[in-house]
Design a protein around this ligand. Sequence first.
Ligand SMILES: Nc1ncnc2c1ncn2[C@@H]1O[C@H](COP(=O)(O)OP(=O)(O)OP(=O)(O)O)[C@@H](O)[C@H]1O
Length: 909
Amino acid sequence: MDAATPPSSADANTATMPDTAGATPVMAQYLEIKAANADSLLFFRMGDFYELFFDDAAIAAQVLGIALTKRGKHQGQDIPMAGVPVHAADDYLQRLIAAGNKVAVCEQIEDPAEAKKRGSKAVVKRDVVRLVTPGTLTEDTLLPPRASNWLVSLAPDAGGQTIGMAWLDLSTGTFRLSAMETDRIEAELARLAPAETLYPDTIDPDGPLQDALHRLGGALSPQPGAVFHGGQAGEKVARAFGVASADAFGELSRCELRAASALIGYVERTQKQAFASLQAPQRERSGGTMAIDEATRASLDLVRSRSGENATTLLSAIDACVTSAGTRRLADQLSAPLTDLGIISDRHDAIAWLADDPAIRADIRTSLRGAPDISRALSRVMLGRAGPRDLVAMGAALDQAGMVHDLLGEELPSLAAEARKALAERPNALAGRLVDELSDSPPLLARDGGFVAEGIDPDLDAARSLRDDARKVIAGLQSTYSAQTQAKSLKIKHNGVLGYFIEVPTLQAGPLQDQAETFFHRQTMANAMRFSTKELAELEAKIASAGARAVALEVARFEALCEAVKDNRLAIQGVADALSTLDVAAGLAETAVRENHVRPQMRDDQSFAIEAGRHPVVEKVMKQDGKERFVANDCALDDGAVHLVTGPNMGGKSTFLRQNALIAVLAQAGAFVPATSATIGIVDALFSRVGAADDLARGRSTFMVEMVETAAILHQASPRSLVILDEIGRGTATYDGLSIAWACVEHLHDQSQCRALFATHYHELTVLAERLDRVDNRTLKVKEWEGDVIFLHEVVPGAADRSYGLQVAKLAGLPSPVIARARAVLDHLETRQDSGERASSDDGLFEGLPLFSAAKPVAASTEPTPEQIEAAAHAKLSALFEGHDPDQMTPRQALDFVYDLAKQLKDSA
Ligand SMILES: Nc1ncnc2c1ncn2[C@@H]1O[C@H](COP(=O)(O)OP(=O)(O)OP(=O)(O)O)[C@@H](O)[C@H]1O
């Protein structure tokens, strides 16, 4: 590979491996292991380094910015090599994974001394101990602390109608399952933003699934189709979770089982051990969450923002959690607002309780602050990847859990009562052992020793004092030998090669050389000589064996503690869940009090009545910037009302639209909402199209994207949905856009019958309010003052008569001659429109202006009345839709139809 080509594991995937003929024994071993892990970069352990060779070296050098060197030759060619030190490997791993690579970590699995026994040329045994992939990370250093890291597995059924989906966060053990119609998969993937997705390599490369996968990002790991076969899937899932039958988890469909079984197999393969999930799979009911498609998510910036700026997401505006696990749970809740009134109301009850009781809220938050992330520590224990710090953290967290438990009284809302129960069941004996047996500042790795507290194990204490006494004796020997030889600068030192040795400057070495029966020579340096003695060697052996014994005893104790943790995993996971539940509830209560959020009244109908609603993100940003106050606005969309929102540019239309969508999301995610009162009938699906961008990668213009998204909304919205549409049709010629917007409003009103907000600059649309009984007009108030416009940001009944575009352009800093000229053109156009006068070629000032010329044909006849526009639009649309029944179309046909529509529009423009 050319080192200049962009690095990725896909390149490694396709790299042709050199054959092993003529390779050195180590290189032959490397090539064999690499061939078995062709799709991963191979971290090949050599002493204190992981080395990468051939193409892998070039990729690593480019991604990590490390030196690309050479090491020997293979078949007459230099072997490219790059290396990373073992102690800093995590950092390098993280960067390689973030660049979309997988890494196979290959360790020396025997002591080099053992290998030597087989002959001087014998190669140390090595094997891959773990495959590190984006979806299977467990190290805190490699993971974002405040976001889940999903590994998703997709199993489409044979007919392509349904997809089974299983998803796992290996770092916490959360495992979920669902089956859904294929056209919902995109929304689900957008919700999870998977770190890695597994799917059969047999799926149609030009099909919609492949398309969605490529667009949504995250690592893609196609697997052989056989991995998803259903034959043994049920048994595999049952075995992995230690139950007799997978039915224990509910009636799972075949494709759910296939997805789960492929996911379990992948974890086993990458982790090189049997699957060990912490939590039984939870089945998510299809329709149990508010459907939010990818475009809606992108426009609302729920937990990720389009700009990548996390400060402007809904999550960051309301998150007051004090633990990372709490923030992760809150992010998951906001990503998947619920549709079940009971669960939503349980969440609201918990917030109400904590909002009303500042003392308990403060106490819980203080107790939780800084609580270690036990879910992730527990997961590392389960995967055999924990260190002493994980156990110490777990001990501390279980201790804190006790404190939190004691804060909770008897009279509790149901979520808090469940949390209290889980905390009461914390493994107290284990917590005591972890706190008592381990020291406070342990090393990262168990093999480094020094983490078991004193007084716990007499054998360990004895081994340690033997080791330490011998060290003291050695320290004493230095003065004895110095006196004995008159060598004032004599020192006893230690290094990895010689062990303990005596060092004297060459000029003082004479007496030691004279006493050769005591001081035997070991090494001559430039200015010094090194010696040893029998006594020193004996003490060293004593230290080594006592030290090794001490470490062995510590490691055994560590392993015993890990086993005890595993035995208590369900109780510990219960504690972790309880703590994060309380953190979320207390955090949301804190936000509710601080930011004046109220409990929404949830209904099983089509209500939507918000009084004095606010946009949580815009409000927060305005507060931070010390700007004027956010103006609260009502919104009443009960029973499928459609509000047409007109008003000036910059008036606050988009903000008003979005804030109502966000209020619905917050309410159903189980949070309080920024308003003085809110009554909301459960929203089954939220559609928002606010601001579009081109999708050049898919060859779609802004207008095309807008039409595709609008088509999806018109097809899918039900009477229980909430639809937010901003300036539909603006991206094309005025009359085409107006006609489309007009027909869309009619469709929403007549067919979808959903609650909808529709912002537009086509003021002509507002006459629809007279014809359609559930359509109403709202406008954003402005004041004009000395030719300038002042935005009041107040939503009031009525329609705007103009857009104040020139005033906004002036505010934006368009050069004054341009503004002056635009004003002249506008006045001229308006005068002509008002008087019904036809533009003439002798109109010197405006002749030749494309804008004006384009307006001529329209101005040629008298301005059409709204009724005429409506009739024309209706006729045009009827002709276009003839023979196309939206209810009978597949999504593909609908898409083709929209393309066709766009082409016709373009051709006729
Ligand atoms: N309710 C409000 N209270 C205070 N300021 C607001 C309010 N709504 C909007 N704003 C401010 O006005 C700015 C413009 O708002 P917004 O983008 O919603 O206007 P718009 O009517 O959609 O404009 P355009 O038609 O040009 O797209 C916001 O960035 C915000 O700073």
